[in-house]
Design a protein around this ligand. Structure first.
Ligand code: SF4
Ligand code: SF4
Length: 417
């Protein structure tokens, strides 16, 4: 028997001789003290049950505790980082691109906007500042990336804080020279997307002239310096014949590279959201990728719902969510007009609260790990999109992490209660 507490992250194996105590505890009525529950339970077991947060007094409200922690981070006045859309232009013409942005127009971030972002970084109070480079394809505007990184780093280091940066890129232009340059400017992580095996990838993620991109991207990934970690985001659609493990073997032995299955959100004919179906498929078929190094609660969730979370467009417009890039109606001001905008105007984002008793998520046992899913669903007036569609997929996730922690490498077989 495995016990897991999503709030504390504790994972415990219960020995068979102790099963009766656990069964007994499950049947008990609420009590105001832990001692009351644990009468007759052997000392070491009792201590472990308290330490892991499995037994708590009834007057403690864990949901409220999580909500307070969550809101403390969300409403902080510190700006610990921003996302900069360096350009909306992209050198790819992916067959499924529904971004709706002008990815053909060669716009780049304005110099004035770079100055404003650096100024914001210099005025922030936090110990660290994180800059995420996003697009379009940011590396099509390499000079602007370099200027932005240099100016923001100077501003942050100038007030004795730590600077770090990451980039979301399709990887095609991430040549060894470019990667080395980015590392020298503080870029520590990159997210690069693949669509599975070469055949499938090259039928979808193509250059504007229709040419495939798989080999070039894979070659670039292999040569990225170890100082930069690479998250390979592997788009997954249920029903498509693709093999993640084949690509994994092609990247085997690169200690800075990890692969993360990413269920796509749309089917290719109807544009219906199929994210949950695809997620369930990923959880079922690729359990070895469900490892989470931190099993405790994801208290904050998405930065789009923080008071000071910002995505800055090339012209300085402020958005909240990466998926709003290209949506003309989502615009909460402009950084050129107000370097320190009051983002309370983005009230629709601040109203999202999965810990509120009004939310269906508040009674869901997967809440600590899921954090209510993508807040965009709430903002669009849709029901939550569950990270774990079924109890079975949640159990599979827990067992897989248990196996990982105990050194058992084979994927889990599900036999749980
Ligand atoms: S709201 Fe959803 S889509 Fe937008 S940044 Fe957050 S998780 Fe991503
Ligand atoms: S699994 Fe679904 S109901 Fe549960 S917290 Fe996540 S989004 Fe909410």
């Amino acid at each position: 028997m495995i016990l897991y507490n999503g709030y504390t992250g504790a994972l415990a194996v219960i020995l068979e001789k102790n099963y009766p105590y656990i069964e007994e505890l499950r049947k008990m009525e609420p009590m105001t003290s832990c001692d009351g529950y644990l009468k007759g339970v052997p000392g070491s077991l009792a201590k472990n049950l308290i330490d892991g947060g499995y037994v708590i007094a009834d007057d403690r409200d864990e949901l409220l505790e999580m909500q307070v922690l969550h809101n403390t981070q969300r409403y902080s006045s510190l700006i610990s980082g921003i996302t900069a859309v360096v350009t909306t232009y992209c050198n790819f013409a992916c067959t499924y691109c529904y971004e709706g942005i002008s990815c053909e127009s060669k716009n780049v971030i304005e110099s004035e906007v770079i100055r404003c972002i650096a100024s914001l970084a210099s005025e922030s109070y936090g110990d660290e500042f994180y800059l995420a480079l996003y697009g379009g394809e940011p590396l099509t505007a390499l000079d602007e990336c370099i200027e932005l990184l240099a100016k923001v780093a100077e501003a942050v280091v100038g007030r004795d804080a730590q600077f770090g940066a990451g980039i979301v890129t399709n990887g095609y232009l991430m040549t060894p020279d470019v990667a080395r340059k980015l590392v020298s400017l503080g870029v520590r992580e990159a997210q690069i997307t693949l669509d599975g095996t070469q055949e499938l990838h090259d039928s979808r993620r193509v250059l504007r002239n229709g040419q495939g991109t798989f080999n070039k991207i894979l070659d670039n990934i292999r040569k990225i310096p170890s100082e930069m970690t690479v998250k390979v985001r592997m788009n997954i659609d249920q029903g498509l014949d693709q093999d993640l493990r084949e690509v994994t073997s092609q990247l085997h032995g690169l200690s800075n590279v990890s692969i993360h299955p990413a269920p796509t959100r749309y089917d290719h004919i109807n544009l219906n959201s199929v994210a949950e179906v695809n997620q369930e498929y990923v959880d079922r078929c690729y359990p070895e990728y469900l490892i989470n190094e931190r099993l405790n609660a994801r208290i904050l969730g998405c930065v789009a719902t923080t008071l000071r979370g910002m995505v800055i467009m090339p012209d300085g417009s402020i958005l909240k969510c990466w998926n709003e890039v290209g949506d003309d109606h989502s615009n909460y001001g402009n950084i050129k007009e107000c370097r320190n905008p009051n983002l309370m105007i983005s009230m629709k984002w601040m109203q999202w609260d999965p810990y509120s008793l009004r939310s269906v998520c508040s009674s869901c046992k997967k809440l600590p790990q899921c954090c209510g899913g993508c807040p965009m669903e709430f903002v669009k007036g849709r029901p939550p999109r569950c990270r774990f569609k079924t109890d079975e997929s949640f159990k599979r996730y827990i067992i897989q992490n248990y196996k990982h922690l105990t050194g058992q490498s084979e994927p889990c077989s599900l036999n749980t209660s």
